[in-house]
Ligand binder design. Structure first.
Ligand code: GLU
Length: 444
């Protein structure tokens, strides 16, 4: 059987680390099994859904390389949900209810004050035809509830949490359609999972109760449910995932110089027993993906750790992968020379500006003769092989300087900075003529 997974975001905001992780895990599961990964836009909430977010979700997934094998939108599928509701109603598994939000709130308060669980009392089920007609004659439109089967315990083998059980008597019959005809998430999601042949669902553990309710919907609709795995939520470095991090869009991270490879390497392994490694290729992440390595404890997402991973990934990135983000004229040799010094690809431009010059540095008076001697040596040596080696070897012999007193004045004169990429790699990029100009200028 082909494995089918889906990522089902609501287009009410940009994708952030939490939902990218969900998307990634569903993608990894599908790829590992040679299956299909679907994107389902959960846009039943017309008030809060925005077309710009639908486009942003597609663009973000595309940037991350999590390209879906198919895309669906719930707003185009209302007829299917309608049919499912009719079937459930005909089978006595869905019923109209007329309580207002205020009435329901009052019932809850009374139950809580009596120490009872705030479970919907099914008063609407007791209404007769005449009572319903009377309410409707008053202009009250019903909302619809799914009727839970109280006699069948809810149980499933969760791919991450292990054996799960819920007592349906402790759950309210979920509202599946509002009085204005709009759909809540629960039934459409179950209908779509059936209709799209979804075999596996990985989602956050905030959905555990929903899964219990939806398992009864699958059964009531005569369908085999997908396998479910609920992952522990992400937390920030100080407990709960901060507002800022929780809502920090993938677009903001990208603009801040986080590479897709870093986000993927981090989010693939965070919260699992497998190490987070600076991999630039998804293949090992696909091959190693395994729900049994997922922990039950909330996983700590730390931006500083992501930055460190990002740096290690930048140091491995090939020129071809970054060429379109480098300043004009910067070639593969320059990239490789500068790369080990970068935390972010965008910083390459700063070093490229230094290579190109002009660089102005006024040397310590004590170094001026030394730098003039360096200019002489630089003019004379064979530049074609290893000019930095030739320059420093020549100067060592001529001046007797070594170590820091040899290297630092040269670096300062040639780059204007006390540290940076290997001079052996930088000097050929600067070129003989320009190097001589800088050495003389610093000595002047
Ligand atoms: N739209 C739902 C959400 O974003 C989908 C949950 C699910 O995966 O079924 O929470």
């Amino acid at each position: 059987m082909t494995i089918v997974t889906r990522f089902a975001p609501s287009p009410t905001g940009r994708l952030h680390v939490g939902n990218i992780r969900t998307a990634l895990h569903n993608w990894l599961l599908a790829k590992k099994a040679g299956g299909r990964f679907l994107l389902r836009i959960d846009d039943t909430d017309r008030e809060r859904s925005r077309e710009e977010y639908v486009e942003a979700i597609r663009a973000d997934l595309d940037w991350l390389g999590l390209t879906p094998d198919g895309e669906y939108r719930q707003s185009a599928r209302f007829a299917l949900y309608e049919t499912a509701l009719e079937r459930l109603a005909a089978a006595g598994r869905a019923y109209p209810a007329y309580e207002s939000a205020q009435e329901l709130e009052l019932k809850r308060k009374v139950q809580l004050s009596r120490g009872l669980p705030p479970v919907y009392d099914r008063a609407a089920l007791a209404l007769g035809d005449a009572e319903r007609a009377a309410l409707e004659a008053e202009g009250i439109r019903p909302h619809w509830r799914f009727k839970l089967d109280h006699d069948t315990p809810i149980a499933w083998a969760d791919g991450i949490r292990g054996a799960q059980q819920l007592d349906p008597k402790l759950l309210s019959d979920p509202v599946i359609r509002r009085a204005d005809g709009s759909w809540l998430y629960m039934l459409p999601s179950a209908v779509d999972d059936i209709e799209m042949g979804v075999t596996d669902v990985i989602r956050g553990e905030d959905h555990v109760t929903n899964t219990g309710l939806q398992l009864q919907m699958f059964a009531a609709l005569g369908a085999t449910p997908p396998r479910f795995g609920h992952e522990a939520l992400l937390t920030g470095s100080e407990g709960k995932l901060s507002k800022r991090l929780g809502s920090l869009g993938v677009d903001a991270m990208r603009d801040d110089g986080i590479e897709r490879e870093a986000l993927i390497a981090k989010l693939a392994r965070i919260g699992t027993s497998q190490p987070v490694e600076p991999v630039t290729d998804a293949a090992p992440l696909i091959a190693g993906f395994d729900l049994s390595t997922f922990g039950r404890a909330p996983a700590r997402f730390d931006m500083a750790e992501l930055e460190t991973l990002n740096t290690r990934i930048v140091h491995q990135m090939d020129f071809d992968r970054v060429a379109d983000r480098l300043p004009a004229g910067m070639d593969a040799a320059a990239w490789e020379a500068i790369r080990p010094n970068l935390a972010k690809v965008a910083e390459a431009a700063d070093w490229w500006a230094i290579v190109q010059g002009p660089v102005t540095h006024r040397a310590d008076p004590a170094d001026r003769d030394f730098l003039n001697a360096a200019a002489d040596v630089a003019s004379a040596i064979d530049w074609s092989v290893n000019p930095w080696g030739a320059l420093t070897a020549g100067l060592k012999g001529d001046t007797g300087r070594f170590g820091k007193t040899l290297f630092l004045p040269l670096r300062l004169a040639l780059t204007g900075r006390a540290s940076g990429p290997e001079m052996a790699a930088l000097l050929p990029l600067i070129g003989r003529e320009e190097a001589v100009v800088r050495l003389r200028a610093a000595a002047a």
